[in-house]
Design a protein around this ligand. Structure first.
Ligand code: ATP
Ligand code: MG
Length: 404
């Protein structure tokens, strides 16, 4: 396996259009627009690529510029791109001739991400640049309905990108596997691809996690319908039980691995517990079980396993004290949870989710979907905010740092 510190989404970035998969019509039109520039200045000097994340908007642009031998000037979202920067740096890149008189391609990545009060100012500045640029300007955005980019529609050629088909994603993953010289089962690949829902970046990242995790640390849930039904029944009966003895019996009767059980419980327990207090008890039981599983895997002390099962059975069942039992629809643990398997970060993440759920009164699932992402964004922007967040939630800073 080759060693590289680059994430695979960078390492295996297409270096030529030939390596880009999917969105053929959009890419064809986009390429024609760019080629026009070599003959005459097209009527619309900007191209706006719109589509969901991870489908190749940026990758296509870079590959196309490379194929055409164009110099690229890239302004990505991490640059401070306020009105002044656009009026100054982008404008300069757009209006200055290159030494040899060649074209350069200017990429304004994620124009819907222009932030701050200068939003409109930012777009306004782009409009000005577009009206006088000497060089092709490519912009990318995710959301076609974002009002911020509405004004760009009129003055740009708009190319819509959509999600990548599974067979195209498979081809890219197979190419990567070949270059890594490893073997990955087809069933794993298909799982990854299905789970990525058309986002090739996500698929490549999951493949990387799987391979770097030693192939065993991430064992996707290929629960056949029967197995799945078995697990769901066990959880349902476990949560129906209102005493430790019944709970232990239920769990001893099912043939399910303790790590798998923990993941399923972690994913679904909030459906049965409405009170913060109940949730807290349940997540404590899960944390304890997780902690012991970690110990077992380090010391091979399998005597601890019976305690793991105690936490997962009695611990969980007795956490439901007030909320009445109801039938719910369970979801299969999601891929990222499995990625954390064998990695103690999960314990920290769980404490964080638990705290957030308690503090905000929002379901754990929602927290996973929205709040964690938001916290990531906030921390990326203002690292110092970690302190405030940890104080707000009453957790150690290390827990915030280990959020996953
Ligand atoms: N169509 C594709 N063909 C080949 N590789 C792709 C394709 N789409 C994405 N990738 C891979 O995924 C990575 C991320 O894709 P890219 O940055 O182009 O996504 P994007 O559409 O610009 O997403 P975002 O909206 O989040 O910026 C690329 O570096 C590349 O490795
Ligand atoms: Mg992009």
């Amino acid at each position: 396996m080759s060693e590289s510190t680059l994430p695979w989404t960078e390492l295996y970035r297409p270096t030529s259009l030939k390596e880009v998969v999917g969105n053929r019509d959009a890419i064809k039109g986009f390429n024609e627009w760019l080629n026009t520039w070599f003959r005459k200045m097209p009527e619309k000097r900007g191209a706006l690529l719109i589509g969901p994340p991870g489908v190749g908007k940026t990758a296509t642009t870079l590959a196309m510029a490379k194929d055409a031998g164009l110099e690229i000037v890239e302004f990505n979202a991490s640059d401070k791109r306020n009105k002044a920067v656009i009026e100054d740096q982008v404008m300069q890149a757009a209006t200055q001739e290159t030494l040899g008189g060649e074209l350069r391609l200017i990429l304004l990545d994620e124009v819907d991400g222009l932030s701050g009060t200068g939003d409109r100012g930012g777009i306004g500045a782009i409009l000005k640049v577009l009206s006088i640029t000497l060089h092709p300007i490519v912009m990318t955005a995710n959301d076609p309905d974002n009002p911020k980019i509405k004004d760009l529609f009129k003055v740009s050629r708009v190319f819509r990108f959509s999600t990548i088909q599974e067979k195209d994603m498979l081809n890219v993953l197979r190419r990567i596997i070949e270059s890594q010289q490893v073997h990955v089962d087809d069933v794993v690949l298909e799982y990854i691809v299905e789970n990525a829902r058309g986002d090739l970046r996500a698929a490549i990242s999951d493949l990387e996690a799987h391979i770097k995790g030693g192939m065993t640390s991430v064992v996707p849930e290929f629960a056949s319908r029967d197995v799945r039904r078995g697990i769901e029944n066990a959880i349902r009966r476990l949560l129906m039980a209102n005493n430790a003895r019944t709970a232990k019996m239920v769990i001893s009767e099912v043939d399910i691995d303790h790590e798998k059980l923990l993941l399923w419980l972690e994913e679904n327990i909030h459906l049965h517990l409405e009170l913060p207090r109940e949730l807290e008890d349940a997540y404590d039981a899960l944390s304890n079980a997780d902690f012991l599983i970690g110990k077992i895997s380090i010391n091979q002390d399998w005597r601890l396993l019976s305690y793991v099962y105690d936490f997962l059975s009695a611990g969980i069942a007795t956490s439901r004290k007030t909320t009445s039992f109801k039938k719910v629809r369970y979801t299969e643990p999601t891929w990222p949870l499995l990625v954390w398997q064998g990695n103690r970060r999960r314990t920290k993440r769980m404490s964080l989710i638990k705290r957030l759920a308690m503090t905000t009164g929002v379901s754990k699932k929602r927290i996973q979907r929205t709040h964690l992402k938001l916290i990531d964004v906030l921390i990326k922007r203002t690292p110092k905010i970690r302190v405030q967040i940890s104080e707000w939630l009453g957790v150690k800073k290390a827990i915030i740092d280990g959020r996953g």
